[in-house]
Structure formats: structure tokens, C-alpha cells
Write a protein that binds this ligand. Structure first.
Ligand code: 23J
Ligand code: MN
Length: 262
């Protein structure tokens, strides 16, 4: 089929509801959980603030609008290569310079929700990924890989979402070897449903925060706090995850979405 016919067909199927758009973002507001770094780092990203400018009142009789306080790495969001020191030298590593062609791509959804429910510190290994591939098919160059943990079902409560105790936050993520394996397949990026692309205890891994370290070293992207991955097939959907075009931005909240055949 020609590219022209494919796009024309996709348009018809979207209009007919035979291809559905699945919302993969959580809502952004003062309750949205945000990362809490360990105490050795003094500064944290702020909670979201939404301030009214007017709502059909004396400050604006015909219109409603707001202004916001919003960190780049807040809620469902995108990590650009410049976010990490290992990716600092990529000129195309910023939200305004990255190659937009790369962020629309097939997505592999690795369901490890059961394992994550049983162990909040569950770490995904290369063997887990290889057995997933044996069942569902190989992960290919340019594709997204996302890990389903159903963490979005914890809702917007910061304590429940971060799941921290005296020993720090507990949430699933990849091992260093797992990210290296996925990068050997030349994926475009890695996404999770937790607060960041790394596990809660990833500060103790070698290197610390391996998903951030390795993904951005290789000019690849990260996605965090993805919602509704339980509505996606293991393969066969297209993920669209485009950051705002923030000037020399290191990341951005996104309205992540997937195109799924019904
Ligand atoms: C800054 C420092 C460490 C981490 C993060 C940000 C994130 O998870 C993020 O949102 O990129 S681990
Ligand atoms: Mn981030």
C-alpha cells in the first residue's frame, strides 16, 4: 500500500472509530505527584500551581484563562537527552531541537503489573525482556518500549505514588543491563508509569539512575508517569509523545497518546 493510501486510510479509520486514540496522560494539577530527590540534593521541582487570570469577571468579562507554575519534569512527561550529564553534548538533545520524526513510533508494552504489585522494588532484567520477546515478537529499531506496572491506578496521592519509607522511595524500574539490552536494539526511548524512568531505589544502582544515564548517553528519550497502559496491546499501537517546544528545554509535560486498532 502506498504511503498516501495508508494515511488516507488511517484518517478514515480514525473518523470511523476503528482506530481509537487512547489517553496515556494523567491530569496536571496541585495534587499531581512530583519527584522528591534524596536529601543530598537541595532543590526539588515545585508542585503544580494553577492561577486564575479571569473567568468572565471584572478581570476579563468575555474570557477565562489561567497561568501556571509547572516544572519541566512534572506528571506525565518527556525526558530529553540534555536532562542528564551523559547527554549534554547533543545539539539535538533539547525539547526544541530534537527530531520530531522519532517521537511518533510503534510501541512495545511490557506487562509486569503482576510482578510490580507483588514487589514494589521489582527490577526488569534482560531475561524478562527476552522472554517477553519470545512470546510477543522482537523489539525493533526506532520503537518505544514501555513498562506496564499499573502505577497510575495509585491515583494522585503523592505518598501512595512515591511509596517512600525510611529507606526511600519504592517503585519498579529497569536494571542497568536491561537498558543496555534495549539500547542494543536501537529503541527510540523507554517509558514507565512511575514518577521517573528509573526505579525508586535506582540511586543505589551502578551507575546511579541507569535509565537516565544510558538512555540520554545514546541520545534516546524517556517517558514517565504514563497512564492507561492497561488499555494497550503488547504490540500494534503507535505512541505519540511530543514535548512542548521549550527553548533549550530538558523535558516537558506531554499529552501522551496511542493509536490503537479496535
Ligand atoms: C532529576 C534528578 C533525578 C531524577 C529525575 C530528575 C527524574 O526522574 C526525572 O523526572 O527525569 S531520577
Ligand atoms: Mn524527567
Amino acid at each position: 500500500m502506498s504511503a498516501e493510501d495508508v494515511v488516507k486510510d488511517l484518517g478514515s479509520k480514525l473518523l470511523a472509530g476503528e482506530v481509537k486514540v487512547i489517553d496515556l496522560s494523567g491530569s496536571l494539577g496541585p495534587e499531581t505527584p512530583v519527584l522528591q530527590l534524596p536529601p543530598d540534593f537541595a532543590k526539588n521541582t515545585p508542585r503544580v500551581e494553577i492561577h486564575k487570570i479571569s473567568e468572565y469577571d471584572e478581570d476579563g468579562p468575555f474570557f477565562a484563562w489561567n497561568w501556571m507554575v509547572l516544572g519541566e519534569h512534572t506528571g506525565t512527561h518527556f525526558d530529553a537527552p540534555h536532562h542528564w550529564i551523559t547527554g549534554k553534548d547533543y545539539e539535538e538533545g533539547f525539547t526544541d531541537t530534537l527530531d520530531l520524526q522519532r517521537v511518533v513510533a510503534p510501541v512495545n508494552v511490557l506487562d509486569f503489573s503482576k510482578e510490580s504489585a507483588e514487589d514494589a522494588d521489582f527490577l526488569l532484567t534482560p531475561d524478562h525482556v527476552k522472554s517477553w520477546e519470545a512470546e510477543h515478537g522482537e523489539i525493533r529499531e526506532g520503537e518505544w518500549v514501555v513498562m506496564r506496572t499499573d502505577w497510575d491506578k495509585r491515583g494522585n496521592d503523592q505518598a501512595t505514588f512515591l511509596n517512600a519509607d525510611e529507606s526511600g522511595p519504592h517503585s519498579p524500574g529497569p536494571t542497568p543491563d536491561c537498558i543496555e539490552y534495549l539500547l542494543s536494539k536501537k529503541i527510540v526511548g523507554w517509558g514507565t508509569q512511575c514518577i521517573g524512568t528509573d526505579a525508586g531505589k535506582a540511586g543505589d544502582l551502578d551507575p546511579p539512575y541507569p535509565a537516565h544515564n544510558f538512555l540520554h548517553r545514546d541520545n534516546c528519550f524517556g517517558l514517565a508517569s504514563l497512564a492507561n497502559l492497561d488499555q494497550l496491546p503488547a504490540k500494534g499501537a503507535i505512541l505519540i509523545a511530543a514535548p512542548l517546544k521549550i527553548r533549550r528545554g530538558t523535558g516537558s509535560p506531554i499529552r501522551a497518546m496511542a493509536l490503537v486498532p479496535v
